[in-house]
Each structure stands twice: as C-alpha cells, then as structure tokens.
Design a protein around this ligand. Structure first.
Ligand code: ADP
Ligand code: MG
Length: 551
C-alpha cells in the first residue's frame, strides 16, 4: 500500500505550533515523555502476555533502548512493547490522545510566553519530540500482528502513514534533531536526563546496541525501594509518570502491608484538581500490579469512588498473576486491600486535618476534593465517622473553613440543631432572607454549595446528637434562642398579634393554592417575607436542582 497523507486534528496543530516555537529551556523533558510512553507500552504487553504468552515469546526481555547516530544526527528511543497498528497510529499520534495533553490544552492562555511555561509543567506527551526535532519517524509493529508501519512528520500540519517491512515488535521513535540540539547525541547528557526524570522506571533503559549497551537506570520499580532511598524529586517524577500528572503531589503515602495480606502502596494526592474528577464514570486512577507486573488501571474494587482523586500504584503479593480484570471485581483479597487503603488514606488525611499548622494546606486539599470525599458519607457507612472529621464548611460565623467540632463548640445556649442552607453560590446564600434571624441571634449557619450536600445531609442526619436542620424549612425553631446583640424591641414597634393574624389570613386567601401555608416567623429581621419548605418536604434547593436535571 502506498503512503497516506493525513492532517493532524486542529488542536494538535495548535499544540505543535507552540511546541515548535518554544524557547523553553528545559527541552530535555521530551525524553521523559518518550520513555514514559515506552514503559507504558511494555507494561501493556506484559499484561497481555499473561494470557497470550505467544505475544512476547519471540523477544521476551522487555526494555527501552536509546541509540544515536552522530552523522545522521538522530536520537532513537525504541521499546519492544505492545506496538501500534495503522489505526492506533492515526488515533494516538494524530489527535490529542489523552490525559496530560488534554489538560495542557485546557490551560492554554493564547499568550505565547505563558503557554511555553506550561510545557514544562505539563509535558505534552509524544508531541514534545518536536521541541528538539525537525522530523520524527516512528516505526512500529503491534504484538500479534505481522504488518509493520511507518509514521513520519515534520510537525507542521500533517503526517504520513505507510506500510513498512521487517519492523520488530514494539515502537522506535527516531528523532532527526534540529541543528542546535546536538547535545542530545551525547551519552553522558542522556544518562543525566534519564537519572533526573526516569530513574523510577522499572524496566532497563540502555544506551547503545547489543553487547556494548550501557545501563542508564537502576531498573527497579520505585515502590519496591525503601522510603529512605527515595528522594522527593524521584517521588515527584514517579507521580508525574504514573498519574499522567504534572503538578506537585500534595501528599505522598508509601507503605508496605505485611501479615495476612501483603501489598505495597505508593499513593499520591494531587495538589490541583484533575479535570476529569466529575466524569460520570467516577473511575479511580490507581494502577494495580501483581508482583511487579502491571495488571490494570481499571480494578473497580481497588479504591472507592469517593477517593478517586488518588494516583499511584498498589502492588499485591497474593493475587494470582493470571487474575482477569473481570474476576478482580469479586475477589475477596482485593476487598481486603481496598479496606487497608481506605483506612490508611483516611487516617493520613485526618492527621493533616487535625494539624493546626497545616490548616492552609488542608484548605487547599478541601477546596479541591471536599465535594468528592462527601460522597463517602453515604456510600461508606463503615468509615463515616472518619470522613466526618475531614469535613470543612463555609459558614456565616467565620471567614475561613470551619469543622463540625468548631461549629458545635460555638453553638448558642438553647440551640439544639446544626443549621444549614444550601444553594448555588456562597454570596447568594450569605444574602438570603432565610438566615437573617439566625445572624441577628448570632447563630452560625453552614453555607453549602456542593450538589452532593443534598444527599449526605439526610443520610448522616446528625452530629454529636445535634440534628442537621435546613433554615429554609418550617421546622427551624429560633424562639428559644435569644437574639445576641438586639435589645428587645419596644412594645409599640411590634405589630399586635391580632393584626398579624388578619394579615396571615388575607395572604392565605390571596395566595390560595400557590402556597401550602403562611406562618409568622422569627427568622426574619429586615426582609418582610421569605419562602420556606415544609418540614417533611423536599428542600427548596434540591427541588430546584432536580427540576434542572429533568429538563
Ligand atoms: P499519553 O501518554 O498521556 O497517553 P502521549 O502523547 O504521550 O500521551 O501518547 C499518546 C498515545 O500514543 C499513548 O497513549 C499511546 O497509546 C500511544 N503511544 C505513544 N508512544 C507509544 C509507544 N512507544 N508504544 C505504544 N504506544 C505508544
Ligand atoms: Mg505519554
């Protein structure tokens, strides 16, 4: 078949334009990206070969090889992993394939200088090869298929794909270096880059051909090393690789469970909110390994959905290697690992939350992931108490975030409930007439703006014997709490009971079926009226939310 010429997806062209014109000084990150892809490709092959050994039989020692050709000025990154066929090539190296790159595109500002800065933070995956090359050739053959393919591009709008003969299994990315990028032909330079960014990779990364090849890394999985042998930089690079993330880890948790079940976990909480956090699938991103062999990043039962912000790996010593992804779901061993992970992660989070010196750091975490954690309040009864300790709120009583213990500690004499109001945004809530009477009495009200609040409140119902009560419902009783700063109003200011009675009667008559009832209320100070839901009825904000969704 002859050569096909195809255009890059528009977003890719835009991306390549930034990449090609970048004066970004740490261009060396392109190597990190290519090695990361090669390592993923080997992981995927190793898993596939568990059930289809013939896939890797001809060349079973998985590795990544860097070679250079000083005359041709090429640097090649080759792996003997899973490889790609024609469809894979077009899909993966012609569009914005995934994760890191998509996040990068979302952050683009249009200001070239700022956007170039983002390359370093995000990396742009495969396309970063064009930071140092004016032509890239990919030769690849997919495991289990006989036809090899050649992909070529100068990174300016289009690429070609054609059949290629005698391609070994896996992928070779051949970079034709730009005139002033000769440094990437030097072994010592390559070695330093690999040590800086890719030392955590569990596969051998070698330089050169055949017997002469030099090893560039330790080739032991990072999580199998002991904590005191791992630098914060190495943890960070591993987090970037495993999580397809480019921020700092907010929290790093690395531990080995021993005893009845044995596993090693290296888990991270990101410092920023991943863009797919609220995808309807609520999938977590923790990779499951069994004795160093990558199994899946879709082990549903491994991490509960309310901890889906976690990134990292869990490596089990006990699960059978040939466990299929489908069988995993009901595996009791996996359930035990999961409960170990939940206990440990929640425990570490509670420590952070309790540490007054870390309040600011904890607030960052809470703003990012609080809404996700709250799902655990009704989905994981067993750990509800611990999750409750992690809760933080905006309230009428304080500037910063408030815990339930703070709230209960400040409750007024005669106050028997935790009052809250739900709505779309804090500012509107602060101005709602329903909370006037509470403010006047110095009674703190929780201001809830996450849709999930409508679900956990009814399910949790109370904290330390204090019921949660919505201020937009009839049942919120203020009569037993004295207004703090307001002196009793002089008698002549108060309308007579009789007058009020006839006003209420008149209103009921006029509004007829539009309302269920009209009542005299203690909850207002400045506004003449407000709407509330009846005690047993659905909360008003929830009703509005549901209406929106039914549209
Ligand atoms: P990401 O790694 O975040 O998915 P990349 O731009 O780095 O994004 O890579 C895009 C896709 O191209 C990968 O997801 C993978 O499917 C494919 N790919 C890249 N390099 C290789 C490789 N060496 N072997 C097999 N597939 C690869
Ligand atoms: Mg990648």
């Amino acid at each position: 078949m002859s050569e096909e010429r195809l255009s890059f997806q528009a977003e890719v062209s835009r991306l390549l334009d930034i990449v090609a014109h970048s004066l970004y000084s740490e261009k060396e990150v392109f190597l990190r990206e290519l090695i990361s892809n090669a390592s993923d490709a080997c992981d995927r092959l190793r898993y596939a070969a568990l059930t289809q050994p013939e896939l890797s039989a001809e060349d079973p020692d998985l590795k990544i090889r860097l070679t250079t050709d000083a005359e041709a000025k090429t640097l090649t990154v080759a792996d003997n992993g899973v490889g790609m066929n024609r469809e894979d090539l077009i899909e993966n190296l012609g569009t914005i394939a995934r994760s890191g790159t998509a996040a990068f595109m979302n952050k683009l500002t249009g200001d070239a200088k700022k956007d170039v800065g983002l390359i370093g933070q995000f990396g742009v995956g495969f396309y970063s090869a064009f930071m140092v090359s004016d032509k890239v050739v990919v030769l690849t053959r997919k495991a289990g298929e006989s036809q090899g393919w050649r992909w070529e591009s100068d990174g300016r709008g289009d690429f070609t794909v054609s059949e290629a003969a005698d391609v070994p299994r896996g992928t070779r990315v051949e970079m034709h270096l730009k005139a002033d990028e000769g440094e990437f032909l030097e072994e010592s330079r390559l070695r330093r880059i690999v040590q800086k960014y890719s030392d955590h990779i569990a596969l051998p990364i070698v330089y050169g051909e055949g017997e002469e090849a030099q090893s560039l890394n330790k080739a032991s999985a990072l999580w199998t090393r002991s904590r005191n042998e791992i630098t914060p930089e190495q943890y960070k690079e591993f987090y970037h690789h495993v999580g397809h993330a480019f921020d700092e880890p907010w929290l790093t948790m690395h531990w080995r469970a021993e005893g009845k079940i044995e596993y090693t976990s290296l888990l991270f909480v990101p410092a920023t909110k991943p863009f797919d956090l609220f995808n309807p699938d609520r999938r977590h991103r923790v990779k499951l390994y069994v004795r160093r062999v990558f199994i899946t990043d879709e082990a549903e039962g491994l991490v509960p959905p309310y901890l889906r912000f976690l990134r990292g790996v869990v490596d089990s010593e006990d699960l059978p290697l040939n466990v299929s992804r489908e069988m995993l779901q009901h595996n009791p061993m996996l359930a035990k690992i999961r409960s170990g992970i939940v206990r440990r992660v929640l425990g570490d989070l509670v420590k952070k939350a309790d540490d007054a010196e870390q309040a600011e750091a904890y607030a960052t975490f809470w703003e990012n992931f609080g809404a996700v954690l709250k799902e655990g309040l009704y989905e994981d009864y067993e750990h509800r108490e611990q999750i409750t300790k992690l809760l933080r709120f905006r309230t009428t009583g304080a500037e910063g975030l408030v815990s339930l213990d703070d709230y209960v500690g400040r409750m007024k004499e005669g106050q028997d409930a935790i009052f809250y109001i739900t709505g779309d945004d804090i500012d509107t809530l602060r101005r709602s007439p329903q909370i006037e009477g509470f403010k006047a009495r110095g009674v703190e009200v929780l201001l809830l703006t996450d849709p999930v609040d409508e679900f956990w409140i009814p399910s949790v119902a109370e904290y330390k014997d204090k019921k949660f009560k919505s201020v937009t419902r009839g049942g919120a009783d203020l009569s037993r709490i004295k207004a703090a700063d307001e002196p009793e109003k002089p008698a002549e200011d108060k309308p007579a009971e009789n007058d009020l009675g006839s006003l209420v009667a008149a209103l009921k008559l006029t509004l007829a079926d539009a309302v269920k009832d009209v009542r005299i209320s203690e909850r207002l100070t400045d506004s003449p009226v407000c709407l509330v839901a009846d005690e047993g009825d659905m909360d008003m904000h929830l009703e509005r939310l549901l209406k929106q969704h039914r549209q």
